[in-house]
Design a protein around this ligand. Structure first.
Ligand code: HEC
Length: 156
């Protein structure tokens, strides 16, 4: 690739990335950020659920890696992504986050704590065989679901 193509490619990548960084409305940026975090959770939790159910062969290394990713994410200080005025009443087209999150704030943090505890359990047991993984993953699934039941709009 010559220099010109490299620069063109770089500019093109920058153009693609720009809309995310240049989100005019910081609240929409916050919504995207927390949804992005949830997507990464789901991407890593998915195979763990599948292995626990037997839909995917148990793979110790892969399970531990996914579990470690989830654990690592607990260290994110991304609370700013839950800023006020970003419920589905404010942004009906963009978010499924119910106003109840802010009406009952900081109650949602209890659900976050349960989730964190469950993830610690998964990270501790993911490499100890399918049964140990399945037991730990069940707790995590409950933690995801109970928070969604309470604070996320149901799919229609
Ligand atoms: C403490 C509460 C809580 C926990 C725990 C939680 N979620 Fe969520 N999740 C939410 C809320 C609220 C939304 C809606 C966010 C929005 O649309 O702005 C959401 C949205 C999502 C979405 C949709 C993201 C998008 O692009 O719109 C996925 C996927 C998801 N969660 C997966 C998970 C998985 C998997 C777990 C567990 C491993 C989990 N969540 C744990 C509260 C939680």
């Amino acid at each position: 690739m010559n220099l010109f193509s490299k620069i063109t490619l770089l500019l093109f990548c920058f153009m693609l990335a720009l809309p995310v960084f240049a989100a005019k409305d910081p609240k929409q940026g916050a919504i995207k950020s927390r949804q992005g975090e949830m997507s990464i959770r789901a991407f890593n939790a998915g195979p763990l659920f599948a292995m626990a159910k037997g839909d995917m062969p148990y793979d110790e290394k892969k399970a531990q890696m996914m579990a470690d990713n989830l654990k690592l994410m607990l260290d994110l200080k991304n609370g700013g992504a839950w800023m006020e005025g970003t419920s589905n009443k404010d942004y009906p087209d963009d978010t499924a986050a119910l106003p109840k999150i802010w009406e009952t704030w900081p109650k949602i943090a209890d659900y976050g704590k349960d989730y964190a505890k469950a993830v610690q359990g998964v990270a501790a047991d993911a490499g100890k065989g399918k049964d140990a993984l399945a037991t730990a993953v069940k707790e995590m699934g409950k933690a995801c679901k109970s928070c969604h039941d309470e604070y996320r709009k149901k799919d229609e």
